[in-house]
Design a binder for this molecule. Structure first.
Ligand code: BGC
Length: 739
């Protein structure tokens, strides 16, 4: 045979082999349940052996805003991604940020992740993950860009609403079931933004300096849980730097910790435009580059994607032999593995969208996440009485909160506003409404002020309040730039758009006021003393108005607990205490000077009383925690502490209470937070009912990260367990020892 025939022969043989491999994957039902099987790895290796260098490189970078190419000649599919995390984002154009205006991409909007965290209900998080994963699957997405687990460090961070609060333990417990839920649909969750992206100001370059201890104890645990317990198949690097290196191609964070210590076998994806250097991207564990140069093909390059750091420049280094082929093979191997788990998985369900079950999950998360913060003289629930006139005042009563906010923006099939929800549920009482203030339309990276007459809006609102028995002020923040929105931080801690002044004016004509705060962040509340009721509502998605109305009228008894502390003033927050270098930094560097004392760890340890503490939330019922005991008085390393507690609903309404178990170390040889959350259990109880519950704590989880050995260390000696229903409301303290 001449060489031409031999070559042809080889190609045909290769194609037959590959067709066999791919079709095998599609027919073998066991395959995707056994994704780590040796078989799959063998198949992946065979596929890699068929790929040219050009083809390998093509797989590791974008071909459009939200997809990477396949290898058409071999039938290897493309990978399609979508934001996340609260629903599947509307279709974006191939090569610019405009919406493609499809007519089949309206979805169910689920509540923001702050709300999910506030439920303290991991099983609900699993329902959420399953549902949003089903919608992603139905929309033919292979990767859902979420959930986000960056830690709530400052109330000014514009993206806190997308995350799960200030506590690494709570975030870890809530993120794992979400990921499992999404991935059971054959859709990869993509946990983001790894790591230290705790503010939007200068996010694309700020160099974060943080102690190794705080990194490991506060900022990494939720990512670690997402990978090691949740089994996330992909992860998104953050924009910022850490110790001088961009996090999306960071040797320590990716090579050592993520892929080394945690054994991550999935795909590291950049944030959109977070790659900055070809060699670092190659060597430091980045697998897929997305979003470099936001204008994509509109630059004068023939094909901008070919010029990505992991495209032509990578190919050249491979061809010249400067970079060993094993680097691209490792990336391709991970990508093919992700394909076998998603788009090439044989028993992938079909997904579903906008079904009643999803609406019900959205409603349930929303109503379980609402936190009742103040309830003077049982202001809430408000009875439906025909002699009652309720004035609903505030822009957030009618404003869409699925629009705006940046990449988490959604095209919701419907979104029930608070006003609609209230009008629907109150059949006898009269509901009147005034907007009161206006914020202007939402736009990315710019503020468009309202063109409405602010004085007129205020006058109308005062007249409306005057006519009513009750005022429900529905205000807070929104999804505009410099509010709760990606790409910028809030500029002040107080309520924006003249709301503080408006509340004062309204109170002059009607003192019977309750506030429903719609936000993803804490705000300053100079008006708190004067209002009778306060409810923290988050961005609640499609079923927002119904969930709010259900809680306001009392069909749902509130059971949400704050996933972060509300400081009285900004300086009371640890990040702000240390001044500009701590937040927002000097535009180049930033130092997390508070170290491990983030959130309630700071308030507790420094004895700075917050306005509302972490873990706090009222109910229409009352609960007692009694008979709180531990199974032993002393424990050994690698054992389990069993905390038992009897919870009684002593009120007249069915409800739920969250038993929270914190642990503190006395006389530690290192700095410690006064106490840290180590377990919780949400218990549903009918009125008068009583249940005994257990919370299990692994003694190893009481270890601190020892910087000198770069390892976790469990100290022996005395510890205290604190059991209560809020971080500042401890019913019982129990001493125990570890030896
Ligand atoms: C955001 C990511 C998002 C990506 C794609 C980035 O600006 O930080 O969270 O997934 O855009 O929209």
């Amino acid at each position: 045979m001449n060489t031409f025939i031999i070559q042809r022969h080889k190609v045909i043989h290769s194609i037959i082999t590959l067709c066999f491999l791919l079709s095998y994957s599609l027919t073998n039902a066991q395959q995707s349940s056994n994704i780590h099987s040796k078989n799959t790895e063998v198949k992946i290796d065979s596929i890699i052996s068929l790929l040219t260098l050009e083809e390998k490189v093509s797989l590791v970078h974008a071909q459009s805003k939200f997809s990477t190419p396949g290898i058409p000649r071999l039938g290897i599919p493309e990978i399609w991604m979508s934001d996340g995390p609260h629903g599947v984002r509307g279709e974006i154009n191939w090569d610019n940020w405009g919406y493609a205006d499809w007519t089949n991409d309206s979805i169910t909007a689920f509540p923001a992740l702050t709300c999910l965290a506030a439920t303290f209900n991991p099983s609900l998080s699993n329902d959420y993950g399953i549902s949003v994963g089903e919608e992603a699957r139905y929309r033919k997405k292979d990767i859902l860009l979420g959930p986000g687990v960056n830690i709530y460090r400052t109330p000014l961070n514009g993206r806190n609403f997308e995350y799960m609060g200030e506590d690494p333990f709570l975030a870890s417990k809530m993120v794992v079931p979400y990921i499992k839920g999404v991935q059971q649909n054959g859709v990869s969750a993509c946990v983001k933004h790894y790591v230290l992206n705790n503010q939007e100001e200068w996010r694309d370059h700020i160099n974060v300096k943080v102690s190794e201890r705080a990194l490991h104890e506060i900022y990494l645990p939720a990512f670690k849980a997402a990978i090691m317990e949740g089994g996330a198949w992909s992860l998104m690097g953050s924009y910022n730097k850490h110790n001088g290196q961009y996090c999306s191609h960071h040797d320590k964070l990716i090579n050592k910790i993520l892929k080394g210590d945690w054994g991550f076998d999935g795909v590291v994806i950049t944030d959109w435009g977070s790659a900055h250097d070809t060699k670092e991207a190659i060597l430091n564990g980045l697998d897929i580059e997305m979003g470099t140069g936001t204008d994509g093909l509109t630059t004068n390059q023939k094909n901008a994607y070919d010029n990505y750091y992991l495209a032509y420049p990578f190919l050249q280094l491979l061809k010249s032999g400067e970079i060993d082929e094993k680097y691209v093979d490792d990336k391709v191997r991970r990508i093919l593995r992700l394909m076998y788990r998603t788009t090439m998985s044989s028993n992938r369900p079909m997904g579903r969208m906008n079904n009643v079950e999803h609406h019900e999950v959205a409603r349930k998360v929303a109503s379980e996440g609402i936190v009742l913060l103040k309830n003077e003289n049982n202001f809430f629930p408000i009875k439906d009485d025909k002699n009652l006139t309720i004035a609903v005042i505030g822009e957030n009563a009618t404003r869409s909160m699925t629009i705006g906010g940046g990449s988490s923006e959604l095209k919701a099939q419907f979104e029930i506003s608070p006003l609609e929800g209230l009008k629907k549920i109150y059949k006898n009482a009269t509901i009147i409404h005034a907007m009161g203030y206006a914020s202007g339309p939402s736009a990315y990276a710019k503020v468009l002020p309202s063109t409405l007459d602010a004085e007129k809006l205020k006058t109308e609102a005062i007249a409306t309040a005057q006519k009513a028995d009750i005022v429900l002020f529905v205000g807070g923040l929104n999804k505009n730039h410099h509010q709760d929105c990606e790409g910028g931080d809030r500029l002040k801690f107080g309520l924006p758009f003249g709301q503080e002044d408006l509340i004062d004016e309204l109170l002059k004509v009607n003192k019977n006021m309750g506030v429903i705060l719609v936000s993803g962040n804490a705000v300053e509340m100079p008006w708190l003393e004067q209002v009778n009721g306060l409810m923290q509502s988050w961005y609640l998605g499609s079923m927002a108005g119904q969930a709010i109305a259900d809680v306001v009228i009392g069909n749902v008894n509130p059971s949400g607990k704050l996933p972060f502390s509300f400081p009285k003033k900004l300086k009371d927050n640890a990040a702000h205490f240390y001044g500009d270098i701590s937040y927002p930094g000097d535009s180049i560097n930033q130092e997390y000077k508070e170290g491990i004392l983030v959130g309630y760890r700071w308030h507790d340890t420094k004895k700075i009383k917050p306005l509302f503490p972490f873990g706090f939330g009222l109910s229409y019922s009352s609960f007692d925690l009694t008979d709180i005991t531990t199974d032993k008085k002393s424990y050994t390393p690698k054992s389990q502490i069993k905390v038992t507690c009897t919870v009684s609903n002593t009120g007249t309404k069915d409800g739920a209470e969250v038993v929270q178990v914190y642990v503190g170390k006395s006389k530690s040889k290192v700095q410690r937070a006064f106490k840290e959350l180590k377990g919780f259990n949400k218990v549903n109880l009918n009125a008068g009912e009583q249940k005994t519950i257990e919370v299990l704590i692994n003694t190893d989880d009481l270890s601190f990260y020892n910087e000198s050995t770069a390892n976790w260390q469990l100290e022996t000696g005395n510890y205290y367990i604190y059991v209560g229903n809020a971080s500042d409301h401890i019913t019982k303290k129990i001493k125990f020892t570890i030896n």
